[in-house]
Design a protein around this ligand. Structure first.
Ligand SMILES: [Zn+2]
Ligand SMILES: [Zn+2]
Length: 247
């Protein structure tokens, strides 16, 4: 599995970071988790053709996780995409998504690919999709609006993504996580609806987690100092823009 960090910033306007958006690629599937700025350019930079992307999963309906969708669809239409694109969203957001697509007049552009919208409840763990190689499931995150975290498995490898969330007891139940992608909106300061690096270190059993990558990062936060104080540099790292890792 290849994990590409297309954006790594929090909702606060960052100087050097776009808002958090992650593409996961396996042999037979490419999924984009949330869509931030200039998604077409970034997908091309990681060698995922617009034709190859299979789905978009919206973890929640906050603007920093959504706003790249018009640009993504516009680029796919201009490139004459044919393959269906599936968009996953909470069932409570389906009317907002449809209103938005209608406001953009997406169906009047003459798009040449089926746009399939699938909904999930988000209030309990549920499987979203399964292919030959990969299985993606949702679980409730703890945020100010309905939000899901995501579990991606391929073979015996498990990736867990917190999305925007406070410390999540669901994540604490995993016996083993190969890669935990966790939000850290702040380094030390406790912020409502979010998690700090300090809380991650204090709340999760890092013995059960091979590697932690921090996303949803804010400017002017002492992440490096806190990682050093916690002596966690060997296991926990900040995501950087357009960073790719494979597990
Ligand atoms: Zn956010
Ligand atoms: Zn949010």
């Amino acid at each position: 599995m290849e994990i590409h960090f297309l954006g790594t910033g929090s909702a606060y306007p960052g100087r050097d970071r776009d808002n958090t958006s992650i593409c996961i690629s396996t042999n037979d599937y490419h999924v984009l988790m949330d869509v931030s700025g200039n998604p077409c350019r970034k997908l091309k930079q990681i060698n995922v053709a617009l034709e190859d992307l299979d789905s978009v999963i919206f973890t929640h309906f906050h603007i920093d996780h959504l706003y790249g969708l018009p640009s993504l669809l516009w680029g796919m239409w201009l490139e004459n995409r044919k393959k269906p694109l599936t968009i996953y969203c909470h069932d409570v957001n389906i009317s907002k998504l449809n209103q938005w697509l209608n406001t953009m007049e997406v169906y009047e552009w003459g798009i040449t690919f089926p746009l399939l919208i699938k909904t999930f409840d988000g209030g309990f763990p549920e499987e979203l999709l399964k292919t030959r190689d990969v299985r993606i499931s949702a679980f409730p995150a703890i945020h100010s609006v309905p939000t899901i975290g995501l579990e991606v498995t391929e073979g015996n490898k498990t990736i867990v993504y917190s999305s925007d969330s406070q410390v999540n007891s669901h994540i604490q139940t995993y016996p083993h996580i190969h890669l935990l992608i966790h939000e850290a909106t702040s380094a030390i300061k406790v912020e409502a609806n979010h998690t700090s690096l300090t809380e991650i270190a204090e709340s999760y059993d890092l013995e059960k987690i091979d590697k932690v990558v921090l996303v949803h990062l804010s400017d002017h936060q002492p992440y490096d100092e806190e990682l050093s104080r916690l002596k966690l540099e060997y296991k926990v790292q900040k995501a950087e823009e357009m960073m790719s890792i494979s597990i």
